[in-house]
Design a protein around this ligand. Structure first.
Ligand code: ADP
Length: 357
């Protein structure tokens, strides 16, 4: 097994080695709602659509994906580029987890956990991926913020159970994604109901309709319900694919439908013809078709979604130069300013605001 120390020496090199079109966060307000189960099954559903999918278990406090998936190869040194690390491979999905490096993950303190996450983001060579699915830690703490700021997340799927208590936490998670300008592509309700195998009767031990209510409260798409099903927990316990274990199950049908909806949403988030060009050192122009508008560096940075700039208002009188800008995947631009900030990832949906004024 590769040790964490060796891994630390490989920092900061592979972001250029990986070509990832979309990074999808799978998040929940609290643990135990089936977030990792959804992350795994969603990855398999996306793969079954013919997409190249990778899976990153960023749940540093309870990395469970390694047990949920069949044993594959361990992460390995990249022979062609010793600075980077190749992920393990399981069910045809490149996969990496904090559990590959640290068995006692539950006692990792936040700064160390942040460091591990940053290393994951910077040194793993995923090759070419259509979607990298990231299993977020539950809640809304430091690690989630690091992932949101540095993970170049294209969109998020939020998992909840129908219970109100799970919904309270999940609201906070949705709000945090909103504050970081990360679009939530929809809500998945897990453990929605249980069917008595003998009588076919349907029970709802955790209440009904919570996921749908949550989605409508935030005007988000409701992606579907996953029943409580022995084949789903068996797939997790035995490290098997649900598609192999119960191909005809409702779970497979639901996850396949959710995978399709998620992919369609990610594609819709992609740039729809928006262009950015520099006008002068302190201004850019944002355009679509024939319409172009000028945006000052100060105004642009006032909307910077990174945690450092958030909430700070830039004075219009103070000139801010735009030193650099580059596309992030197919859904956003990153800008670097003379004020020192170069972390803000602006989804095209945010930049389009200026075209609507
Ligand atoms: P989380 O990542 O939110 O902590 P997990 O995905 O690890 O939750 O799931 C917790 C437990 O519940 C696991 O044992 C898993 O197999 C089981 N589980 C999750 N969703 C379902 C489901 N729909 N039906 C049956 N068991 C489930």
């Amino acid at each position: 097994m590769t040790g964490l120390r060796i891994y630390e020496e490989k920092k900061k090199k592979s972001d250029r080695a990986s070509k990832i079109t979309y990074v999808l966060a799978v998040a929940a307000g609290k643990g135990g709602v089936g977030k990792s189960t959804v992350a795994t099954c969603l990855s398999l559903a996306l793969k079954n659509l013919g997409l190249k999918v990778g899976l990153l278990d960023a749940d540093v406090y309870g990395p469970s994906l390694q047990q949920m998936l069949p044993e594959g190869l361990e992460p390995a040194e990249d022979q062609e580029n010793p600075e980077t690390l190749l992920p393990a491979m399981t069910l045809g999905i490149p996969f990496i987890s904090v559990a590959h490096f640290r068995k006692e993950a539950s006692i990792v303190r936040a700064p160390i956990a942040n460091g591990i996450i940053e290393q994951f983001l910077e040194t793993v060579n995923w090759g070419e991926l259509d979607v990298l699915v990231v299993d977020f830690p539950p809640g809304t703490g430091d690690i989630q913020l690091t992932l949101m700021q540095k993970g170049e997340i294209s969109g998020a799927v939020v998992v909840t159970t129908p219970q109100e208590v799970a919904l309270l936490d999940v609201r906070k998670a949705i709000q945090l994604f909103g504050e970081m300008s990360i679009p939530v592509v929809g809500v998945v309700e897990n453990m929605s109901y249980l069917v008595d195998e003998k009588t076919g009767e349907r029970f709802a031990p955790f209440g009904e309709g919570g996921g749908e209510r949550l989605a409508s409260e935030f005007s988000l798409p409701f992606l579907g319900q996953i029943p409580i099903d022995r084949s789903i927990s068996r797939a997790g316990d035995e490290g098997k694919s649900l598609w192999d274990l119960a191909p005809e199950s409702v779970g497979v049908a639901q996850f396949s439908s959710i995978g399709k909806q998620v992919w369609d949403s990610l594609e819709k988030l992609a740039n729809t013809g928006l262009q950015v060009r520099q006008k002068d050192p302190c201004h850019i122009e944002v355009g679509k078709g024939d319409r172009w508008v000028t945006v000052s560096g100060a105004d642009l940075q006032a909307k910077c979604p990174c945690a450092r700039c958030e909430g700070q208002t830039q004075s219009d009188k103070k000139e801010v130069s735009i030193l650099e800008f580059s596309p992030v995947g197919r859904y956003a631009m990153r800008f670097g300013f003379s004020t020192g900030c170069n972390r803000g990832i602006y989804p095209f949906s945010l930049l389009e605001i200026w075209l609507e004024i």
